[in-house]
Design a protein around this ligand. Structure first.
Ligand code: NAD
Length: 367
């Protein structure tokens, strides 16, 4: 039987707690479907800095390199905030994205109907919401050079301390994410909205030009454009008007967090980051939530959903991914809620990270 190798990088804060639940679910998948996973665990982020002096040690890169997919928790903790930037935990995830060229980030924002009332928006605005945000992950102001701190050489504030970054995208970078987005739209409702700030930024003007150019290869997909400020407004005004959104690294970071609240909680939003060979890193869209770490209250469902995405994208096992999603649906129907999605309705039961994870497994077995 084929062995499927998974690098498991739990990271900091709630990372280990939520990853434990996702690994438990994958272990039950092994038994139920006779699949063989080989889990290789490695340090990443703050814990890697503590144990190895670097947030992304070479040993961790090697383990990831030898795996067929990466399951990732989250990195970051306030106690590392005073480290030099290159040693901060967050550099580890940026480093992995860059190292493996994971340029295409898929963030499905799908609302489970049981959670319609937990969204901060009116239920009728979000009911049946099912949109996909595709975020470019390797470029933009997060990676552009030059960047740094210096004494401002000119301008009104010359002589003062200033920080500066560079927003940039090259044409091939935009082309490759455009193809991914058009193809994703083809598999859904054939509507693609490209979000930019072309009225102000050159980077965005290039982005828009490329989207228009590539659209001629996908005549069945209806392409529209929206400025990011308007998109932020429309996402809360009429989110169901969107189907697939494609945008750059910075705008995608913000809009996808915003979209998470449409789904009830950031603890529900999974993600997949894929490179051109189909190699993927799967992680929840949220961070390491140090404020709730170690309390058994974090919602592990986004991480379990990310593991389901791994089965679908990296291992070609969509039927098992569907089953995991169905087991989560059933768990929510049964009223189990972690505190982030708990709204004190009579049919709801407040449970911890482990209990909700365990119920997903039971439901998976009983499908
Ligand atoms: P965060 O996403 O960690 O937390 C934001 C809020 O959402 C917090 O109130 C938190 O308690 C809550 N939350 C997050 N995940 C939850 C879950 N699964 N269940 C219940 N509640 C949840 O964002 P932040 O507070 O801005 O950042 C905390 C740390 O995480 C920082 O160090 C940041 O740099 C890092 N971070 C890491 C990643 C990553 O690893 N990919 C992404 C974003 C932020």
């Amino acid at each position: 039987m084929n062995i499927l190798n998974i690098a498991v990088l739990s990271g900091d804060g709630i990372g280990p707690e939520i990853i434990e639940q996702a690994v438990n679910v994958l272990q039950s998948v092994q038994e139920k479907y006779s699949i063989n996973f080989d889990f290789k665990f490695a340090d990443i982020g703050g814990v890697a800095y503590k144990n190895h002096g670097h947030p992304l040690p070479q040993t961790t890169i090697d383990i990831a390199q030898n795996a067929q997919a990466i399951l990732f928790g989250a990195v970051g903790d306030w106690k590392y905030d005073n480290l030099e930037r290159h040693l901060r935990p967050e550099q580890a995830i940026l480093g992995l994205r860059k190292h493996f060229e994971l340029f295409a980030n898929f963030r499905p924002a799908k609302l489970y109907s049981e959670l319609a009332h937990t969204s901060t928006l009116k239920p009728e605005i979000v009911e049946n919401l099912d949109i996909l945000i595709i975020r470019e992950l390797n470029g933009d102001v997060y990676f552009g050079q030059p960047r740094g701190m210096r004494i401002a050489p000119d301008g009104l504030f010359a002589g003062s301390e200033e920080g500066f970054d560079t927003m940039r995208y090259s044409k091939p970078e935009v082309e490759r994410i455009a193809h991914i987005a058009f193809q994703a739209a083809q598999k859904r409702n054939k509507k693609l909205c490209s979000v930019d700030k072309a009225n102000v930024l050159e980077t965005s003007q290039l982005w828009r030009n490329v989207m228009i150019e590539i659209s001629s290869q996908y005549p069945d997909v209806e392409l529209s454009h929206m400025y990011v400020d308007n998109a932020a407004m429309q996402l809360v005004k009429a989110p169901k008007a969107f189907d697939v959104i494609v945008t750059g690294n910075l705008f995608g970071d913000i809009l996808s967090d915003q979209a998470s609240m449409l789904c009830g909680s950031i603890g529900m939003l999974a993600s997949a980051s894929i490179n051109k060979n189909g190699f993927g890193l799967y992680e929840p869209s949220h961070g390491s939530a140090p404020d709730i770490a170690g309390k058994n209250i974090a919602n592990p469902l986004a991480t379990i959903l990310s593991a389901a995405m791994m089965l679908r994208f990296s291992f070609g096992l969509p039927h098992i991914a569907d089953d995991i999603e169905q087991a989560i649906q059933k768990t929510l129907e049964q009223g189990l809620r972690t505190s982030d999605i708990y709204s004190k309705l009579t049919n709801e039961k407040l449970v911890g990270t482990q209990e909700i994870g365990q119920r997903v497994i039971e439901n998976l077995y009983n499908l």
